[in-house]
Design a protein around this ligand. Structure first.
Ligand SMILES: [Zn+2]
Length: 467
């Protein structure tokens, strides 16, 4: 009899909490869709401020604006965390053409890659040679490469459903192509934009020279996918053509910037910290609405949505707007460094940095026991069409927090259109859908609520259980 009573008691408790959870999720989604702030905040960040390259005036305006908006929310704490960031500037717009015979030129759309050096003042003109991947440069050797511009033309793989996999497959061409070509005496590199669509937008992004001395560094630019196709077609007909490009970018001294942090202090376990975040900096060609204005405003709205839904978290929830993800990750590294030096206990971190598109679910970096717990929440997310729960990556900014005690997660929106806009001039506000953005903010809040309610199972917990 006693056992039956316990079972009935447990059963009703579980039933009751499932009902409470469903009601709380409903409140969160309703509030986000009827009274959300994320779209309004994004409008300001994108249209009143614009692109927020690290170290720029716009990046500082974004720091001020988001801090002021946090201040208006009546949070427990709001502060700026100082971090030194690199400052790379694009300078005057780039210009490029190919020349099929003397004086016969066709202009093409390029943009300097972030971190690249400039061309000589009057531009750079040389024979151009095409490779399908930067790994082919070695086989060509200095004989064929010396004195030339290397055109790295590797399209993103179209049949991968997760477009981030296709991006991962060729982002190394952009990052390391110039350093590799320079080893064999190339004078410049032109890299096909990482875009699955054929269009006229060149897509920037970070590149590096490794330990190549300054005197050996060669300029590198991205070319639009339409122009990559055109150039490749022309080269197939006539392998002996000149390419000209000019770019005026420059690496300046590091400058002071900030991560912006808002906090709701936990009511029961204030020392257990949960982070939700995105990155405040962006590239400079568009206004950074998808990458990562969306993640910034969604993270801000998580704190507001918890409050507005009458949920007082047991654990401390911090929204962290990281600076300098794009060309340095200094903000993410600084946040983790300070957390470690203060011996703060971070139990969970969630990042949104995959665009403001319709949310599908989340990926997790966690123990099997934690993942099983998360999967048990699937029915709660079902009404909101959130179904994707996979083990895998989380986000770049929260990566430095990784240890045995933390569960990391990333919001996974539909990724089919993300690379149409990523790091290009068309990453702009009108390409973000209000409801899709709000559904993402609500989904993140729902996950934060559930993790706060039921806690995390970490590797170190597992060890404790065994002992
Ligand atoms: Zn990003």
């Amino acid at each position: 009899m006693k056992h039956i009573l316990i079972v009935v008691f447990l059963f009703t408790t579980v039933q009751f909490s499932a009902q409470t959870d469903a009601e709380n999720l409903k409140k969160i989604y309703t509030n986000s869709l009827t009274d959300g702030m994320s779209y309004q905040w994004l409008d300001h960040l994108s249209n009143q401020i614009g692109g927020r390259l690290s170290g720029s005036l716009n990046a500082e305006l974004a720091v001020q604006y988001t801090k002021e908006e946090f201040d208006k929310l009546g949070l427990d704490k709001v502060w700026l965390q100082p971090v030194m960031v690199p400052r790379w500037v694009r300078g005057a717009p780039e210009f490029a053409y190919f020349e099929t015979s003397p004086g016969v030129t066709t202009n093409v759309n390029i943009c300097a890659l972030g971190g690249s050096v400039a061309t000589p003042a009057g531009g750079l003109k040389a024979k151009i040679i095409e490779v399908g991947s930067y790994t082919e440069i070695e086989a060509l050797g200095a004989d064929k490469v010396k004195g030339k511009i290397v055109f790295i033309n590797r399209p993103m793989q179209a049949d991968l459903i997760n477009t981030f996999e296709a991006y991962g497959g060729c982002s190394v061409e952009r990052y390391a192509g110039a350093a590799e070509a320079a080893k064999y005496g190339a004078v410049g590199t032109i890299v096909r934009s990482l875009n699955l669509r054929l269009d006229d937008f060149p897509h920037t992004g970070s590149m590096g020279y490794g330990d190549l001395p300054n005197s050996k560094r060669i300029p590198s630019a991205a070319i639009s996918t339409n122009d990559a196709e055109l150039l490749s077609g022309i080269l197939a007909l006539n392998g002996n053509i000149n390419f000209f490009f000019s770019q005026n970018c420059k690496q300046l001294e590091d400058v002071q910037s900030y991560n912006v942090i808002g906090e709701l202090t936990g009511s029961e376990f204030p020392n257990e910290i949960m982070v939700v975040g995105g990155h405040l900096d962006s590239w400079d060609l568009g206004d950074g609405s998808h990458d990562d204005g969306a993640g910034v405003v969604q993270s801000m709205d998580v704190l507001r949505l918890l409050k507005a839904s009458g949920i007082r978290p047991k654990r401390t929830i911090r929204a962290v707007l990281f600076m300098n993800e794009e060309n340095g990750l200094r903000g993410g590294k600084k946040y983790a460094e300070v957390a470690k030096s203060k011996k703060e206990k971070h139990v969970f971190a969630l990042e949104s940095d995959s665009g403001g598109f319709t949310p599908r679910g989340f990926s997790f970096d966690c123990s099997d026991i934690m993942f099983a717990k998360i999967e048990s929440w699937k029915p709660l997310f079902k009404p909101y069409l959130i179904h994707y729960f996979e083990k895998g990556g989380s986000g770049a900014d929260i990566g430095p927090l990784k240890d045995d005690n933390i569960v990391l997660a990333g919001l996974r929106p539909d990724s089919q259109r993300y690379f149409d806009h990523h790091h290009a001039a068309n990453d702009t506000f009108e390409h973000v859908n209000k409801r899709e953005l709000e559904l993402g903010a609500a989904s993140m809040t729902a996950l934060i609520y559930l993790i706060d309610t039921y806690g995390t199972e970490t590797l170190s917990n597992n060890v404790e259980l065994k002992n």
